[in-house]
Ligand binder design. Structure first.
Ligand SMILES: [Fe+2]
Length: 351
């Protein structure tokens, strides 16, 4: 009797141990990804990661704000391992809310320029940019001379009175740009510049970047600011009316003779409470591979972030995007200057 009783106990223990072991193995082969990117081409990239590493990706898609809200609500119980967001201002904001953890990776240190990542601390780096986009100026050549829109600074020149269009000043794309302008010019001149831009507006800020380009083409605006991929999308569009918009406007990569054109990032970070941290770091490193860079960047007409990789995109090349001088200010300053810039926007009436 003893044996018949004992045997099932041993078996149960063994079965239990096996279950725990397989659970641990299963845990080792999973990555929970919260992503604000929704591009078809990214699917191939994720599949390739799974094929090469055996790590399955469970993906939660939401917009940037939705992801941040979800992480905050889930707290320490969050299953998120890696978070992908678009824009340095959003990265900096999520970081300041304690949603990321610093990581150390010699591979990422070697591949990604330091100015496209969060400022490093002794514990490592929180967020990393994996593709870049330029914040360019678009203008109507019938109303504005190229020489009058060669720099961001000129957007505040009274010569452009009644011509400037932008989306909301508080939008992360503008916050990031303004944060680096203020870093370069200093607080007093930076605020003066914002005041000048507001004084030059053709209308109150509204719409997205594509609306600003269309505003220039329609004659509502003479000059506008947009991310480069929106212009590239219109160039590549299957709709003749979109391509006609780009035929009416010109694109400038500003500040080529001085500080370089402001570039922003789409990036990723390891979640504060990641349960699969090793897999998360492996995924971040995979994103810096030439293979992933191609998918990551071209899916949305962006530029690769990895040092030495060149853009391979006809629409970006047509705009002059294959050879421009990019601003080198570390995007970590966006975190430092964000609140200050928002206060300046309030004071200058930049909606
Ligand atoms: Fe965008």
């Amino acid at each position: 009797m003893r044996n018949t009783v004992k045997l099932p106990v041993v078996m149960a223990t063994a079965a239990c141990a096996l279950a725990i072991q397989s659970q641990a193995l299963a845990q080792d082969k999973v990555l929970n990804l919260y992503s604000a990117r929704h591009y078809q081409t990214d699917e191939v990239m994720y599949d390739t990661f799974t094929k090469t590493t055996g790590i399955k990706i469970n993906r939660v898609d939401a917009d940037d704000a939705g992801i941040v809200a979800r992480l905050r609500a889930e707290g320490a119980a969050s299953p998120a391992d890696v978070i992908m967001l678009v824009d340095a201002a959003r990265m900096a904001s999520a970081d300041s809310q304690g949603l990321f953890q610093p990581i150390k990776s010699a591979k990422l240190d070697a591949a990604i320029p330091a100015n496209l990542r969060a400022d490093a601390s002794k514990d490592g780096v929180t967020w990393t940019g994996f593709s870049t986009r330029a914040r360019v100026i678009v203008y109507d050549p019938l109303r504005v001379k190229a020489a009058d829109v060669a720099t961001y600074e000129q957007l505040a020149d009274p010569k452009l009175k009644g011509l400037v269009c932008t989306r909301s000043g508080s939008h992360p794309y503008n916050l990031s740009l303004f944060a680096t302008v203020v870093e370069r010019l200093g607080d007093a001149k930076g605020e003066e510049w914002l005041k000048g831009v507001v004084a030059n507006m053709a209308r109150a800020p509204k719409g997205g970047d594509t609306d600003q380009i269309k505003g220039v083409a329609s004659g509502e605006c003479g000059v506008a600011i947009t991310n480069s991929y929106y212009a590239a999308r219109l160039i590549k569009s299957s709709k003749p009316e979109d391509r006609a918009v780009m035929e009416k406007v010109r694109v400038v990569f500003p500040n080529q003779g001085t500080s370089g054109t402001h570039v922003n990032i789409a990036g990723a970070a390891v979640a504060k409470h990641a349960k699969n941290k090793d897999n998360a770091i492996a995924f971040m490193e995979f994103l810096s591979s030439p293979f992933a860079q191609d998918y990551f960047a071209n899916g949305n007409n962006e530029f690769p972030a990895v040092k030495g990789l060149k853009v391979d995109n006809a629409a970006l090349k047509a705009m002059g995007g294959d050879n421009f001088k990019a601003e080198q200010i570390p995007l970590g300053v966006v975190a430092k200057n964000m609140t200050k810039v928002q206060q300046m926007l309030d004071r200058t009436g930049y909606k």
